[in-house]
Design a protein around this ligand. Sequence first.
Ligand code: NAD
Length: 475
Amino acid sequence: MFIDGKWVDAHSGKSFDVTNPATGEVLGSVPAGASEDAVAAVDAAHASFSEWSNTTPYERSRLLYRAWELMNERSEELAELMTAEQGKPLKAARAEVKYAADFLIWFAEEAKRVTGEWIPSQRPDQRFLAVKVPVGVVAAITPWNYPISMLTRKMGPALAAGCTLVLKPAESTPLCAKATYQVFVDAGIPDGVINLVTAADPAPIGDVFTGDPRVAKLTFTGSTAVGRVLATKSAANLQRISVELGGHAPFIVFPDADPVHAAKGAAALKFLNAGQACISPNRLYVPNSLSAAFEETLCSRVDRLQTGNGMSEGVGVGPLVSEAAVAKVEKQVEDARKKGAGVPIGGHRLTEGSYSAGHFFAPTVLTDISDDMTIYREETFGPVAPVITYDEPDEVIELANDTNYGLAAYVYTRDIAVAMRAFEGLRFGIIGVNDVNPTSASVPFGGMGDSGLGREGGHEGINEYLETKTGGFAI
Ligand code: NAD
């Protein structure tokens, strides 16, 4: 763990192993932090807040810019570590390191653009000023599926704003978190400003983060269930919160779209990170008139996907994170099969030969999906593409909106009017129009409804770490 500028063990001396999800190999072990370690981390972040928040934005920008340079210099070693620890193919890991670094340079620049307002008063002898100040100590909790970029998406803006922080990474990817921290340390972030608590049992750490009155803000990325619990606890202390949660993205192909082009897009998007992405499509709505061509292309693309250890050349789909993740996917597929879904390709675990020690599920297409199936409502987080056919283009937006989630949605059409109406009608935070990658460090990321509160990235991202202070000056 990294507390007050030093790499330290847990107070208890306990540690836990980290394994490669493709091979079961133990990659290393990290301290099993508990409440007292989390408190020590908050102590350090609290003690360093005054000095750090009084550095100039130009100084903070310089340090973030240096971290960006170092992350780029180390991109290959970071990507290899990510593939070993999290499982995604090396090419995807390289893309994630680049995305992670993008947040550092974006917020290095945003640091210098935090301005205030000079507001006229009704009284001639009064002046008003409204300025932005850092919220204080930030507690961050991050998931395993994007184990470096989910850290920089929080650390970049928090540091740019002048906050200090304590962070708990997911228990399956603490080595990526350590390597990310080393980048910040080597960039010269002062002692105490960033603190890292690794833990096998996250709940006691979450209790410190949400219960300590010195923590001003909680930022969480993970499942809706855990986010709801943490947000409820934070609310009791009136902490500022942002929670980036789960999704259940619709992918709508309109009747005028090219079904082959749309199916290629769906295949590229759905199997990224083995489907373990919050913006992964979970419902593919295809008009009956195009379903044969769409399904044929989708299945042929899936057939060509190579599943295996992400380190091997040509592998496009890696392992899932754990046995529990495989079991969840298997359960959803079995439920759909029992209720009448077709399974033209995949639909089972991969357990033979080189798959035997890892957590693999075959890339799968399901057809004839209906609304009584679990997969129609629950996030899958696995390599399964469920196709739902429809007849009425006028009703498909309503079908797509029929979810508690509201993170990402995708639309395929060649008609600008259809695209614009879909963009306006969909209740989701991020909408890709003929675009399977509608994300970037420079645009807001976040969802509506059960997908969370707040936005990360873009100009808005830094606001999550700032408070407004008003001054009235009698002169
Ligand atoms: P998770 O909620 O199980 O875990 C996320 C983090 O919360 C981990 O660090 C975990 O250790 C911690 N955690 C779990 N229980 C806790 C508790 N009681 N107290 C404190 N911390 C606790 O989610 P996950 O399986 O790691 O991640 C997958 C989920 O994250 C999916 O639902 C996915 O959609 C979502 N996600 C959302 C975004 C987004 O930006 N909206 C991005 C990535 C992932």
